[in-house]
Design a protein around this ligand. Structure first.
Ligand code: UFG
Length: 343
């Protein structure tokens, strides 16, 4: 089995990608500093996979430790998730965000070059498109000036990748621009574990339904959309996880020594916040306590993917429905129970 390093592998997308990789016959090797994740994720992973998972507790910025892990585990490819991701916090702590998100990427790439490992998948975000002028967004849609430090770390991250490949360094890289990942593994053994009050919509919804939060606030219903609420491309996290496997397999058969490409990873469909709430109510069988509040600063009105490139070139397509994603998120919340266990 080919060992693939998953930095941030104990996080939400990383842990689901570990499952998808193992199912595709790779050996996931997790590197995580557990600054925004919990050890219990490993038990969940081991229950799903039926065997222990290799995990190293380390900081991706620590060159010597990362080098040692590459050598000991005989790493042959990397999926680099490890990053801070809270948009609001990034505005208060810019240096922490630039240091962690860019330093870790540079360190990983330096270690890859030092050890002759070529294949890298990078977690980017649809945040690079800002407020798009045309929908759906393709990979050629204009990049907008970043609205947050977090968003800027993704834009600069992409530039670091493309500049390095332009300089003919022997790296084969795919950046995946994620839309809005939601849901959980259907076994309810792993899922999203926000620390404290969730920033994101779906964990806020499931925690409200579980009685942990009193009421969901929908941030604005006066947007220029059919029902006035924002529109996003909500993608099941297992579909997103499987996109990483497809990307890695695509890199493995590329003959050139240097390669860089970018793919949107979304369903291609936009759903409004209110549609998502309604769908959640129908899958959970209970009404959700919500109110309409003011807009949240920095929110984009609508963004969803044109997924043609990833569908045709990587042969990957989202398979799971919004209903399935919300049913899985709800099952996961019920597994966690009603205590604010992550907070
Ligand atoms: N929303 C609410 N109430 C909440 C939380 C969210 O109404 O309590 C709304 C937001 O206003 C937005 C939608 O739900 O319209 C989705 O919000 P999320 O916070 O779940 O997701 P975002 O689209 O804002 O952000 C996500 C990722 C970011 C990434 C961004 C790129 O969380 O990391 O997409 O657009 F940068």
């Amino acid at each position: 089995m080919i060992p693939i390093l998953i930095t941030g592998g104990a996080g939400f997308i990383g842990s689901h990608t570990a499952v998808a990789l193992a199912e595709a016959g790779f050996k996931p090797v997790i590197l995580d500093d557990f600054s925004n994740s919990q050890q219990s994720v490993l038990q969940g992973l081991e229950t799903i996979l039926g065997h222990p998972v290799s995990c190293h507790v380390a900081d991706c910025n620590d060159y010597n430790t990362v080098l040692d892990i590459f050598q000991r585990e005989k790493i042959r490819g990397v999926i680099h998730f490890a990053a801070f991701k809270a948009v609001g916090e990034s505005m208060d702590e810019p240096l922490r965000y630039y240091h962690n998100n860019l330093g870790s990427l540079i360190t990983i790439m330096e270690v890859m070059l030092a050890t002759g490992v070529s294949d890298l998948i990078f977690s980017s975000s649809c945040t690079v498109y800002g407020e798009p002028e045309e929908l759906p967004v393709t990979e050629l849609s204009p990049i907008q000036p970043p609205a947050s430090v977090y968003g800027n770390t993704k834009q600069i991250g992409e530039e670091i990748l493309s500049d390095t490949v332009k300089a003919d360094k022997p790296l084969k890289i795919i950046a995946l621009r994620y839309f809005n990942p939601i849901g959980a593994h259907p076994s309810a053994q792993i899922g999203e574990l926000p620390l404290g009050v969730p920033n994101n919509l779906v964990p806020y919804i499931t925690q409200t339904a579980a009685g942990i939060r009193e009421q969901l606030t929908i941030f604005g219903d006066d947007y220029p959309t059919p029902d006035g609420t924002c529109i996003r491309d909500f993608i099941h996290v297992m579909d997103l996880a499987e996109a990483h496997v497809s990307a890695l397999q695509a890199l493995q058969v590329i003959n050139t020594t240097s390669h860089y490409d970018i793919f949107n990873v979304g369903t291609g469909q936009g759903n409004s916040v209110l549609e998502l709430v309604r769908t959640f109510e129908s899958v959970s069988g209970q009404p959700l306590n919500y109110r309409i509040g003011p807009r949240r600063a920095g929110d984009i009105t609508a963004v969803f993917a044109d997924a043609t490139k990833v569908n045709t070139r990587l042969g990957w397509k989202a398979k799971r429905s919004l209903k399935e994603a919300l049913a899985d998120a709800w099952r996961w919340q019920q597994h966690l129970g009603t205590s604010d266990s992550a907070g």
